[in-house]
Design a protein around this ligand. Sequence first.
Ligand SMILES: Nc1ncnc2c1ncn2[C@@H]1O[C@H](COP(=O)(O)OP(=O)(O)OP(=O)(O)O)[C@@H](O)[C@H]1O
Ligand SMILES: [Mg+2]
Length: 164
Amino acid sequence: MIEIENVHKSFGALQVLKGIDLTVQKGEVVSVIGGSGSGKSTLLTCINGLEPIDSGRIVVDGTEVHARDTDLNKLRRKIGIVFQQFNAFPHLTVLENVTLAPRKVKGMGRKEAEEIAVQQLSHVGLADKLDVYPSRLSGGQQQRMAIARALAMSPDYILFDEVT
Ligand SMILES: Nc1ncnc2c1ncn2[C@@H]1O[C@H](COP(=O)(O)OP(=O)(O)OP(=O)(O)O)[C@@H](O)[C@H]1O
Ligand SMILES: [Mg+2]
């Protein structure tokens, strides 16, 4: 469960999040809708601790994200994020992009990581693009690769920044 309580966040003088309260229950799908620049991406990056917050709290499965003693790497293993700009590694193939986190973060062997990656990439219709570099993919294909990359970690939560 994700609990967001009275979260405030500014970038310098610009106040972006002004007291956000939100609870997401297990199995729930929540959409956040708002104008460009209103703070949607900022909220998502706060949930997995990529951005600090100024006040309030965000609790994921009982762990306070911004507490000093929180192991963010451990927390992020269960929170996948599909970035608005997809953030593919340009020097890695599609397959390598998807196997990277399972191998580096979960310590999975190459064979197992590749099996999972091929399965997830097939799911999103990219089975024929395994050895291609991201710059050769269309925008939608890059987005689907980013989704496969998030799914390959079997996260408990996925944050989609601009869902397909
Ligand atoms: N790292 C940063 N440093 C300074 N300002 C930032 C930073 N990231 C975002 N902002 C500002 O915070 C505000 C919210 O940005 P954010 O990216 O969260 O908006 P958004 O709702 O996701 O917009 P869009 O729909 O265009 O993706 C914007 O005014 C943006 O310029
Ligand atoms: Mg955004």
